[in-house]
Design a protein around this ligand. Structure first.
Ligand SMILES: Cc1ncc(COP(=O)(O)O)c(C=O)c1O
Length: 311
């Protein structure tokens, strides 16, 4: 009688693939930085030389820089008073299959699902670098875009000291998103970034645990701080019902009529730490001069009424 052979246990899922599940994706690829992850994602979505890519006007400059490095032309999309991508502007501007990078800046989530429903052919990269664990109406960030990208850089919610990831479903894991291409680079794509060595997996897995603990703490702390701000008449910007607070500060909108100095003193007297935004007006940076398209100039006005409160 032949002996029954025990089935070999399935190999444990790679850390990158486990992380992909958090963004509603199946496959994950770790690379050297968030910027590299964006470049890789742009290549994977078929960016052509000189092609326009819609990027948020208020965001980390690395987002637009990744477009330049990958050979595209950043077109800056204006923001709403909540500092997120102006979807109305975007919907008027797109024809159907453009590439757009959505940044959930400071955990302020953008309604990517609606964008996806209106423009099924749009190629959407969701940058979740500043929104680990955040949700849009209970839908985790990263799930509605074609690809999700995350930086694991210092001071990000998911801080592994450096690195980045691209997360995809099978239909978007094509020419560039293969373990071989990511690990070795491809001769015909000179800017293709290299993957992280396997030993980085442990560091990233630990960073995920830390990020989850912080997420639980911040969600509690944010609701406390928001109710105190509401008592002094400051609208804290909560993006949507069902949103978890992933960033380490709350964005508060000060009514234009208020005296900013008095408001800051009042908040500080509550024992809270106030920070003024230093968000870049990206299109004014030298790197983008002459190689990008600026948005209508109303973001500066929005920024002047914003305060960050540390949580
Ligand atoms: C939204 C966003 N995307 C991408 C990046 C770039 O990430 P990295 O510094 O890991 O290249 C940053 C960095 O601050 C960021 O804030």
């Amino acid at each position: 009688m032949p002996q029954a052979v025990a089935a070999a246990p399935a190999p444990p899922a790679k850390v990158a693939d486990q992380l992909a599940a958090r963004f509603g994706k199946r496959l994950g690829f770790f690379v050297v930085s968030g910027t590299a992850a964006l470049e890789l994602a742009l290549g994977e979505l078929g960016l052509r030389p000189g092609e326009e890519v819609l990027v948020p006007s208020l965001s980390c400059p690395a987002v637009g820089v990744a477009v330049l490095r990958a050979g595209g032309c950043p077109v800056f999309v204006p923001s709403t008073p909540a500092l997120t991508l102006d979807l109305d502007w975007l919907c008027e501007r797109v024809a159907g299959s453009e590439i757009v990078i959505v940044d959930h800046l400071y955990g302020m989530t953008v309604d990517v699902r609606t964008l996806r429903e209106r423009f099924p052919a749009l190629r959407i990269i969701e940058d979740t670098s500043k929104a680990w664990g955040a949700t849009w109406q209970d839908i985790p960030v990263g799930t509605a875009g074609n690809l999700a990208v995350c930086s694991f850089g210092r001071n990000k919610p998911l801080d592994a000291g450096g690195g980045g990831g691209v997360f995809a479903m099978d239909d978007h894991a094509g020419r560039l998103l293969t373990p071989h291409a990511v690990e070795t680079g491809q001769a015909d794509v000179p800017w293709l970034p290299y993957g992280l060595p396997d030993w980085a997996d442990g560091t990233i897995a630990q960073a995920v645990e830390r990020a989850d603990r912080k997420l639980a703490f911040r969600t509690r702390r944010a609701s406390e701080v928001i109710s105190r701000l509401t008592r002094i008449g400051l609208a804290a910007m909560i993006p949507a019902v069902g949103t978890k607070w992933s960033w380490n500060r709350i964005t508060a909108h000060v009514p234009t009529s208020s005296d900013m100095g008095t408001v800051i003193t009042e908040i500080e007297q509550m024992g809270l730490i106030v920070l003024r935004p230093r968000v870049h007006l990206n299109w004014e940076l030298p790197v983008f001069k002459g190689v990008s398209k600026p948005p209508p100039a109303r973001d500066r006005e929005y920024l002047s009424n914003i305060l960050f409160i540390k949580i």
